[in-house]
Ligand binder design. Structure first.
Ligand SMILES: NC(=O)CC[C@H](N)C(=O)O
Length: 355
């Protein structure tokens, strides 16, 4: 009979956990769930109403809703925050990253699950993919229906996320998102529906695997640099430099770009039209920003595509950087982390091709 072991409470100075088990016993991995809030922790007064509040249910109650997960792993929950992810902040993201690095460096965790709202999941997932220093599985999970709803999707998503985090085969895939039976890479996933359960897609690269009732299949290793191979670190970092996003449209007011420079942005990401395009006036404003030492990245408001191909804008002439596969919100994350260090524009361009 396998003895389920509780992780010690004081995992902040995590002592190594004994991995010896009786012969014939299955070793159960130690999974730590870091809870941040979101719909998965949301509740409403009735099971059929559309209005609800994110971040109401504690991690202990969420774990209690999936009792079978105890057969997959020794589970311990920690409440990092309890917010709707529209209120996710760099402060909480840095806290998460440091905690993951701490837990995975020691034997306190063989894998990590993070419960998170879906609105800004792309950003937290991609940020963690850049700055966590481990090959152990790190899995984000959320839901589209609150815990009190009819057919709530949270419990099965959480069960599958634990199963992926506990799976030795999941190692080396970087930060993943598990929802709706699918495993996505942090680099490729995007949120495509405001309310549908099947809101996450990886349109450019495809999903990296599937998970159904805890049975996982891995199709491929993500194609970019991440995790232990990433050159980024947020050790000791208290805040990230200001990077603004300016949304392009027909006849856009180019002075938004000048205003951003005046307000002290170190970087600006343009959510361009089409393949990272914008009006001539906006391109001129970008050039002025670059001349003042602000790093300007051209991304796109289009849901999918690669900015580095078939370009109409001469980045070398204007001094701008192409975001390649990254949408504006992920471009902002990469640029914020990249600007923690002094780098030449050509070095930053290379980062956008590699990460
Ligand atoms: N489905 C969700 O998780 C969205 C709820 C909420 N706005 C959040 O992102 O936390």
């Amino acid at each position: 009979q396998t003895q389920y072991r509780e992780l010690p409470d004081a995992t902040r100075v995590a002592p190594p956990i004994e991995k010896t088990v009786a012969p014939g016993d299955k070793y159960l991995p130690n999974i730590v769930i870091l809870a941040t809030g979101g719909t998965i922790a949301g509740s409403a007064a009735s099971s059929t109403q559309a209005g609800y509040t994110s971040g109401q249910v504690t991690i202990d109650a969420m774990i209690a809703a999936v009792p079978d997960a105890k057969k997959l792993a020794n589970i311990k929950g920690e409440q990092i925050s309890n917010v709707g992810s529209q209120d996710m902040s760099f402060d909480i993201m840095l806290k998460l990253a440091n905690r993951i690095n701490e837990l995975t460096k020691s034997n306190a965790a063989d894998g990590i699950v993070i419960t998170h709202g879906t609105d800004t999941m792309e950003e937290t997932a991609y940020f963690l993919n850049l700055v966590v220093k481990t090959d152990k599985p790190v899995v984000l999970v959320g839901s589209m229906r609150p815990s009190t709803a009819l057919s709530a999707d949270g419990p099965l998503n959480l069960y599958d996320a634990i199963a992926v985090a506990a799976d030795p085969e999941a190692k080396g895939h970087g930060v993943m998102l598990v929802m709706n039976d699918q495993i996505h890479s942090a680099q490729s996933l995007v949120k495509v529906s405001t309310t549908a359960v099947q809101t996450f897609m990886s349109p450019l690269r495809g999903i990296i695997g599937s998970s159904a009732y805890g049975h996982n299949e891995f199709y491929r290793i993500p194609h970019k640099i991440y995790g232990a191979n990433s050159e980024f670190s947020v050790e000791g970092v208290k805040t990230l430099p200001r990077v603004d996003i300016v949304y392009a449209c027909v006849d856009m007011p180019a002075d938004l770009i000048d205003a951003s420079v005046q307000r002290g942005a170190k970087g600006i990401v343009i959510a361009g039209v089409g393949n990272g395009n914008m009006t001539k006036a906006a391109l001129d404003a970008c050039q002025r920003a670059v001349q003042k030492g602000v790093v300007v990245v051209r991304s796109s408001r289009v849901a999918t595509g690669d900015i580095g191909r078939n370009v109409e804008v001469d980045d070398n002439k204007i001094g701008t950087i192409a975001s390649y596969e990254l949408n504006p919100q992920k471009s902002r994350i990469l640029l914020s982390v990249a600007l923690l260090k002094q780098r030449k524009p050509e070095e930053i361009q290379k980062l956008f091709m590699e990460y």
